[in-house]
Design a protein around this ligand. Structure first.
Ligand code: ZN
Ligand code: MN
Length: 135
């Protein structure tokens, strides 16, 4: 049982780490089923939660739908309001640090972590192209 759980979790992690599309649990489920046909969506969700709790993946939620990311280094996200795709944004952490210091000085708040997400219209949607949906 324990061994099976570990294998399932490793497969889910592998699938997620091979894409940069920030997929939904449904998208991951469709791919896991190719290897484990009798797996349930609930099991996929449970494993995603464990991976997240272990700090191996990120959950990106807009309050309605969660997407997942195996990339856990410092980076930010842009979510397209039109196609719903989530893109990685490289943003120099140095630009953020002065703001964090300011918060400590002016409010006395010691920041331990923060989350920045950008919203708008992605390049392909702005061009009116049919963008590749992954959910
Ligand atoms: Zn878009
Ligand atoms: Mn990302």
């Amino acid at each position: 049982m324990q061994r099976r759980n570990t294998q399932q979790r490793r497969l889910i992690y592998d699938i997620l780490s091979r894409t940069d599309s920030h997929p939904t649990a449904d998208w991951i489920y469709e791919r896991v089923k190719r290897y484990i046909p009798n797996i349930s969506l609930g099991t996929v969700y449970r494993n995603l939660k464990v991976l997240k709790d272990e700090g191996l993946i990120l959950e990106i939620s807009d309050g309605k739908q969660s997407r997942y990311d195996a990339r856990i280094d410092d980076h930010y996200h842009f979510r397209c309001d039109v196609c719903g795709n989530v893109y990685d944004i490289e943003y120099d952490i140095i630009e953020i640090n002065p703001k964090v210091d300011q918060l400590r000085r002016s409010c006395g708040f010691k920041v331990s972590r923060f989350n920045i997400e950008f919203y708008g219209i992605c390049r392909s949607c702005a061009r009116g192209e049919e963008s590749e949906k992954n959910n």
